[in-house]
Design a protein. Structure first.
Lengths: 162, 266
């Protein structure tokens, strides 16, 4: 057992876990945040994507101890109180989900790609960047639409702030 | 996953010392192959020695005629490095096409080549560019480093610390990814060095991992164009055959990818 400490959604947390504990299980079971999902066993589906030190990673393909002392953000850490993050709001607005199981990973991947590409994000790039996230309901159309809408809105908000 | 003990190394020497104490240890880099393999209980190391905190193994530096990349550098860092994009555009685009964004944020150059998956992308770049692999013990040419499928010249306690890539005058990589796994069914890296030397390396298709195609190299040396390789085919007898494609299919893909790579290199 190792005591793993990290900053999770802005809050310092700590829990003793076995070294073999995956980050996703640390988040879900040791910290009780069940927004991050496990969809496959093979690192392909992306339902477990979280941000570690600002980068989107698959939390099922990383040990919790590897994320020791890191800054971790899950889907629960995006909204500002009752106000949804623009990507979350766009997924609702554009119906970017059906069953919702892949949605936390889709949203975390989307936030990361928008932050990296900024206003230059286009449909081709969005589709390429979604290669690591699988959705078996929507056919991706509305997910792509939601991400592009959120990207436009976040670019506009940034311009307005400047 | 079976039980394991995790250790974070602070230096290359520290990593070697931790490994010496382990009963059946493995080095952990980005973990994008090792962790899934452990999850499936196909690997069960008693100890993991994490190399990601070793400062001397990170970073990308322009050394004039070559670019040196630390083994713990992620695919994302290679893909977005202005030094790499400018000096070896084929290498930057190769890194940008590995796996998916989350994998590229974690996976590393050193981890990829040490694993030497026959369908991994990096081995093609190292062999085509004539890269030099520096380890905790010695320096090796890429041709010496890659031995066979999942096999390298590395000893149990030896760690890849950096790779030095000579800058080519032209280079490009083209791959046909498996639609599900994104691993290369065939990937071809072509490089024309400043002295005029041409090298063509193929990954994803060979039974023994990465290999060079001498006939394509000769054809491209006298005529650097996609047409020059269009008539050159590799022997299907030495190629992989599995549920994803027959050896003959892969042989055809190699020629097509070689044409695309030369066209992309310009």
């Amino acid at each position: 057992m190792t005591t793993v400490s990290m900053t999770l959604n802005g809050k310092k947390v700590s829990a003793p876990v076995e070294d073999r504990t995956l980050l996703v299980h640390y988040i879900r079971e040791a910290q009780g945040l069940t927004g991050t999902h496990v969809g496959c066993d093979t690192s392909q589906c992306g339902a477990c994507v979280v941000h570690v030190n600002g980068k989107a990673v698959k939390s099922c393909t990383m040990l919790a101890v590897q994320a020791g002392d890191a800054d971790v953000t899950t889907v629960e850490g995006l909204a500002n109180g009752a106000e949804l993050h623009p990507v979350q709001a766009a997924f609702r607005e554009h119906h970017g989900l059906q069953c919702g199981f892949c949605t936390p990973g889709m949203i975390m991947t989307a936030v990361d790609m928008i932050e990296r590409h900024g206003a230059s994000l286009d449909e081709k790039t969005v589709r390429h960047e979604l290669e690591g996230n699988i959705c078996r309901c929507t056919g991706y159309q509305n997910i792509v639409k939601a991400i592009l809408a959120a990207s436009d809105q976040m670019a506009a908000m940034k311009t307005a702030a400047e | 996953m079976y039980e394991t003990s995790y250790h974070r190394a602070g230096s290359v020497a520290d990593a070697a010392a931790l490994m010496a104490k382990a009963e059946d240890g493995k080095f952990l880099s980005g973990g994008q192959t090792l962790i899934p393999t452990m999850k499936q209980r196909l690997a069960a190391p008693s100890d993991l020695v994490d190399l990601m905190g070793i400062a001397e193994m990170t970073g990308i530096s322009d050394e004039g005629s070559a670019i040196k990349i630390g083994a713990a550098t992620t695919h994302h860092e290679v893909a977005t490095s202005p030094v790499v994009s400018e000096g070896i555009p084929g290498l930057a685009s190769l890194a940008a096409g590995i796996g998916d964004p989350a994998v590229r944020h974690m996976g590393t150059l050193g981890g990829s080549i040490s694993n030497n998956d026959p369908a991994a992308d990096y081995p093609a770049a190292l062999v085509a560019l004539g890269a030099t692999v520096t380890t905790s013990k010695r320096s090796l040419s890429a041709d010496e480093f890659f031995v066979g499928m999942f096999e390298t010249a590395l000893e149990e306690d030896e760690i890849v610390t950096s790779v030095s890539f000579p800058k080519p005058s032209q280079s490009a990589y083209a791959k046909y990814p498996n639609p599900a796994s994104r691993y290369a069914m065939a990937g071809v890296f072509v490089a024309k060095m400043s002295g005029g030397d041409v090298r063509v390396a193929v990954t994803g298709a060979g039974q023994d991992g990465v290999f060079r195609v001498a006939e394509m190299e000769t054809a491209l040396s006298s005529n650097w164009s996609a047409e020059a390789v269009a008539g050159v085919s590799v022997d299907a007898g030495d190629l992989l055959a599995d549920i994803h494609g027959s050896a003959e299919y892969r042989a055809n893909l190699v020629t097509v990818m070689a044409k695309r790579a030369v066209a992309a290199a310009g």
